[in-house]
Each structure stands twice: as structure tokens, then as C-alpha cells.
Design a protein around this ligand. Structure first.
Ligand code: C5P
Length: 297
């Protein structure tokens, strides 16, 4: 048995939040194949839960916890899982040889543009750093996160809202002025992020995030709804025509503009209040096919 790490905490739970993008502009394609982005992300209250515990092996034992709404088919527990990759990267970086049991209560759907996998990876880095008593600093965790994916750094930063640049990994927190309410629908079919980027047609002009940033700073739902933009909406609609129909029907049903998060396929509208969000949630649950969730940011 490997020596137990020098930490008194042997078991704890951490929330692993979904994000939504309220602005996403593609500034160009880079030599490494990634796209240069400017995106504004909001952390939501829609969360998976990761339960961490020591085990007696040197391995990560990953399981799906009771209450998960996805099966192992949609959330493989092997080496392809970003939690396993995050743990391996942390061990490689630090030379740590401990194992851990991680049970995931998985409610955030995959291929949704909500960064459920990236959020889990960030939570695994933070949780294992704590469980194993490694003492890595936030900048050190950022460094590892950037090697694993583009959205993970946003969750390491642990802020409510941020402008993310580079390929998404350069995170600048921005001020928030009040709670914003959204209703989101993840249609039955998800989107592959590389597939969506591959259908992107270069644009001659670019949009800026100033109006969205100002709306978030003042907590103004109406201003936010009139300034949300996502350059990936068109290529995603080419990949997933059912998602395009969903966007159209969400607009018609609610009388509000509907938007896509990240590379999709989750679509959302901004509600003016919690009460309006409840009404919209009921409406969309009645008339739309997919998973309907209310989000608070
Ligand atoms: O970094 P992440 O794993 O989220 O990226 C998944 C895929 O999305 C990449 O392999 C790439 O095809 C595409 N992508 C991109 N530009 C970005 C982020 C992602 O082209 N800034």
C-alpha cells in the first residue's frame, strides 16, 4: 500500500459547475489547428458533484454515483475520461503515487456546450490537490489545466464570469452586477466541438464583447439578451439541423431571442426574473424535445 498523504481530510464533495457562453467570436485559425477566441463565460448553478476519498491502491477508481442522469455509455469511466487524464497529469507533474476513489453524480449532459467534462477535469485537479495534500498553487493548476483542454482554466479560476482568450485558456474575470436567469434546452442530439469548428466559414468582420460585459456588470437581463452573440451558431446548425429547429421554436414559444452555448447543442433564452424563468421552463418542457434546465448565474 502506498503511504497515505499528509492531509487530515479523507473524504469530501465538490461541486462541478456547467458554464454557458454569452459571447463567442472566432478571431482566426492558429498554426496549431486551434482557433483564437474571445468568449464570455458565466458559471451556472447547474452542477455535477464529485466525491473524493482515499483508497488503498495507486489508481483512480472512477464510478457513477446514485442520482446520475447519464449512463456509462455517455460517460465512459476509462482512460478517455478527462477526470482520469487530469489525475494522470497531476501525478506526472508532482511525482505523487497516491490513488483515489472519485464518484461522480453526473447531471450535466455531454456534447452540450456546457463544458461538463472540462468542469469535471478542473474539479478533479482542485480536489486531488487537496486530497493528496500537494499544495499546488492556482497558477500551477492553471498550467496543468491548459495542457488538458481549452475550457478547464475558466473553472480553475473559480470566478462567476470571465472573458476567455487565446484558445479559451487565458481567463480574465469580469464583474457581475446581479443574478441572471436562463432556461436552457439540450436537444436529443449533441454536437462534436471539432465537427462544428470544421464547418466554420472565415468571416471578414468581427464582433466585440463590450455590450455583453456591460450587461453582466449591471445584471441587466434585457440588455444582455439584446447583445448575446455566438459565431459558432451557423456552423453548428449545419451539423445539427434539429438544433436549428429548436432555436427557432424556442424563440417563437417565448417571444425572446434564443442562443446557443459554446459549440452547442444546448440552446437558451434569458429570462427577466426567476418567476419568468419558471414559466418559460414549464412552456419549454411541454413543447420542446430534450433536457430542459433552469440556470442561475
Ligand atoms: O480544447 P478542447 O478539447 O475543448 O477542444 C476540442 C476541439 O475543439 C479541438 O480539438 C479543436 O478541434 C476545437 N477547438 C478549436 N479552437 C479552440 C478550442 C477548440 O479549434 N479554441
Amino acid at each position: 500500500m502506498d503511504d497515505m498523504p499528509a492531509t487530515s481530510e479523507s473524504r469530501f464533495d465538490l461541486l462541478s459547475a456547467a458554464k454557458i457562453n454569452v459571447f463567442l467570436e472566432v478571431l482566426g485559425k492558429r498554426d496549431d489547428g486551434f482557433h483564437e477566441l474571445e468568449t464570455v463565460m458565466l458559471r451556472t448553478d447547474f452542477c455535477d458533484v464529485l466525491s473524493f476519498a482515499h483508497n488503498t491502491s495507486q489508481k483512480i477508481e472512477l464510478t457513477l454515483a446514485l442520482g446520475s442522469v447519464v449512463g456509462e455509455g455517455e460517460f465512459p469511466l476509462g482512460d478517455s475520461n478527462l477526470i482520469i487524464k487530469a489525475a494522470a497529469a497531476l501525478k506526472q507533474q508532482t511525482g505523487c503515487r497516491h490513488g483515489a476513489s472519485i464518484a461522480v453524480k453526473k447531471v450535466i449532459p455531454a456534447e452540450a456546450g456546457l463544458a461538463g467534462g472540462s468542469s469535471n477535469a478542473a474539479t478533479a485537479l482542485v480536489g486531488l490537490n487537496r486530497l493528496w495534500g500537494l499544495g499546488l498553487t492556482k497558477p500551477q493548476l492553471h498550467q496543468i489545466a491548459a495542457t488538458l483542454g481549452s475550457d478547464i482554466n475558466f473553472f480553475i479560476e473559480d470566478c462567476s464570469a470571465a472573458i476567455c482568450r487565446g484558445r479559451g485558456e487565458l481567463v480574465e474575470p469580469i464583474p457581475t452586477g446581479g443574478t441572471l436567469h436562463f432556461v436552457a434546452v439540450r436537444p436529443e442530439v449533441g454536437n462534436s466541438t471539432p465537427g462544428v469548428f470544421s464547418k466554420l466559414v472565415p468571416s471578414t468582420s468581427t464582433c466585440t464583447s463590450e455590450a455583453v460585459v456591460a450587461a453582466i456588470a449591471s445584471g441587466d437581463a434585457v440588455q444582455l439578451s439584446s447583445s448575446i452573440f455566438n459565431r459558432l451558431t451557423h456552423p453548428a446548425a449545419v451539423c445539427n439541423p434539429a438544433m436549428k429547429s429548436l432555436l427557432d421554436s424556442m424563440s417563437k414559444l417565448t417571444g425572446k431571442p434564443a442562443f446557443m452555448s459554446g459549440s452547442g447543442s444546448t440552446c437558451f433564452v434569458v429570462a427577466d426574473s426567476q418567476q419568468e424563468a419558471s414559466k418559460i421552463e414549464e412552456l419549454l418542457k411541454t413543447y420542446c424535445v430534450g433536457t430542459v434546465v433552469r440556470l442561475k448565474c
